[in-house]
Design a protein around this ligand. Structure first.
Ligand code: NAP
Length: 503
């Protein structure tokens, strides 16, 4: 079950939104009465309530908005109990002074906005003595391992316990607590209205992560990186699990660069079955694995970790995805999809350039690399064993295939292109690895010039599909994944479009 936190300043808005949530299928709503501008009229809020509720009146010291005295606050909580609210939230330090009455269930809560204390079990034991129906322990995650400790505590609890971490690193436990027996998790009305750091929206918890279907058998996958919040991988992998009806969930897991190995070790306790890997961990993960294929070893970077016979294996699906996208583009343009001896100009010298450059060279292409930062570009070119040209001279390079591996043109900087239109020769295939937006300025200008084009969506979906197959053993629903990504890109553009904001 998902408990949706609702905080409005006026009774009428609170009741209207509560009704709207019920109509959309909400099963439990937390009424955050500390948000109300006037003293909350509990009787009015509870009368004709369309779903069961948790009544919560959070103090300022617990990051709530309650403006009255503590006596008034406790009186409100007692009113909620007398009024027959299904649940009332009682902080651990006041729970002893509020007696059980009627059918109202007592959620005894503990919040820590700074850390996840080491003595979690002691805290739990103290809370257990306060006559709880549900224990709620919510702490700040300062490392991925904090989630692991909270989830283990939830799993070991003999009183129904909702336990998860806050912050961007807490997403893991907000979603996985159901796998460890938590009776519900909390979500906000929408992302813009989060009530606690890192709180997910109801739509995300319900539709993206399918919290209500998570159980002990749910297989866990994730993408590791830093930052990770903008990653589209959870969107398309979870969509694919949903489409195929698999009992699996895919989570964004933020791991700071200096904590990679210890975090992967701690996450073993959650039996994560596979990872996608993104910046800055593509090189670092190779120190963790038992095996890797030859191409990954040569490249020195992996974007996928998966388990075989209890061993961690590393591979790189970016490289074959890029090659197949380019070959498909050549085929569609009426060319032979042969890369040997084709002249390719790669823009950029980051992780994408390394994977694409390596794969193209393996296929016999004649590669020249250019990069804004000269030293970085020269160093990658020499490592790959290809030509280097300066960023200023890139327009004079003649090539059969142009590959943009810079982030220029990526949302929101959609009016930028890394290559002038008049530099393009009309027969060159132009491949932009940027996948949001799909139709970058570079691709639009290339098409205007008559060049065949390949978008980053083609590569992104292919690399994810290969991962999906390694993770699950099933054929990936490629079209469905691509459609999901395109819809999400379009929705993101609508949200920030000046027409919509009036700006
Ligand atoms: P990265 O390691 O951070 O490298 C970024 C590259 O972009 C560097 O070469 C950087 O040049 C260049 N760059 C950034 N801003 C620039 C600017 N204003 N002008 C010129 N060059 C600029 O990132 P990455 O992992 O390689 O990713 C690069 C792009 O590839 C991203 O757009 C990413 O979305 C895309 N990508 C796509 C897929 C896919 O499946 N479609 C997969 C991986 C990556 P400096 O060295 O001078 O900073």
């Amino acid at each position: 079950m998902i408990c949706i936190s609702l905080g409005r300043t006026r009774h009428s808005s609170m009741m209207e939104e509560h009704k709207a949530l019920a109509e959309k299928g909400a099963e439990l709503v937390e009424l955050r009465v500390d948000f109300m501008r006037k003293r909350p009229d509990i009787g009015r809020l509870l009368k004709d309530r369309p779903t069961p509720v948790v009544v919560t009146c959070r103090r300022k010291m617990d990051r709530g908005r309650w403006f009255g005295t503590e006596e008034q606050r406790l009186a409100i909580l007692r009113e909620a109990i007398i009024g027959g609210a299904e649940y009332v939230d009682l902080e651990v330090d006041v729970a002893g002074s509020i007696r059980r009455y009627g059918k109202t269930k007592r959620i005894i809560s503990y919040h820590n906005f700074d850390e996840t204390p080491l003595e979690l079990f002691d805290i739990y034991q103290r809370m257990r003595k306060l006559d709880p129906d549900v224990i709620k322990i919510v702490t700040m995650a300062n490392s991925p391992g904090d989630n692991v400790r909270v989830l283990e505590m939830v799993g070991a609890a003999d009183v129904p316990t909702v336990g998860f971490c806050m912050g961007e690193m807490g997403t893991l436990s907000r979603v996985l607590c159901g796998r460890y027996g938590a009776p519900f998790t909390y979500a906000s009305f929408s992302r813009e209205r989060e009530m606690a750091p890192g709180q997910l929206s109801w739509a995300e918890v319900r539709n993206l992560f399918r919290f209500d279907q998570i159980n002990q058998q749910t297989v866990v996958f994730g993408v590791i990186g830093d930052p990770i919040a903008q990653s589209k991988s959870p969107l398309i992998h979870n969509a694919a699990y949903r489409k195929l009806g698999l009992n699996a969930v895919y989570l964004p897991i933020r791991i700071p660069q200096d904590r990679l190995l210890e975090s992967l070790k701690e996450l073993e306790r959650l039996q994560v079955a596979g990872y996608s890997v993104t910046i800055p961990h593509k090189e670092g993960v190779l120190q963790y694995v038992d095996r890797m294929d030859e191409a990954t070893d040569l490249m020195g970077a992996a974007n996928t970790l998966f388990k075989r016979d209890g061993q961690w294996c590393a591979t790189n699906t970016d490289a074959p995805a890029a090659i197949s996208a380019i070959q498909d583009g050549l085929r569609k343009a009426g060319n032979i999809p042969e890369l040997a001896a084709r002249k390719v100009l790669i823009l950029g010298a980051g992780g994408a350039a390394r994977a694409v450059g390596h794969a193209l060279l393996q296929h016999g292409a004649v590669v020249t690399l250019t990069n804004r930062s000269r030293d970085r570009g020269k160093s990658l070119a020499s490592e790959l064993g290809c030509q280097f040209t300066s960023w200023e001279n890139r327009g004079s390079e003649i090539c059969d295939v142009l590959v943009n591996c810079t982030s220029v043109g990526m949302h929101p900087n959609v009016d930028e292109s890394p290559f002038e239109q008049h530099w393009l020769s009309d027969s060159a295939l132009v491949f932009d690895t940027v996948y949001n937006p799909e139709q970058t300025l570079l691709l639009k200008q290339a098409r205007d010039r008559g060049c065949p084009t390949v978008s980053g969506v083609e590569m992104f979906i292919r690399q994810a599909a290969l991962q999906f197959e390694l993770f699950t053993g099933y054929e990936a629903p490629v079209e469905y994944m691509a459609e999901t990504l395109r819809r999400s890109n379009a929705a993101a553009r609508t949200i920030v479009s000046p027409d919509q904001t009036g700006g």
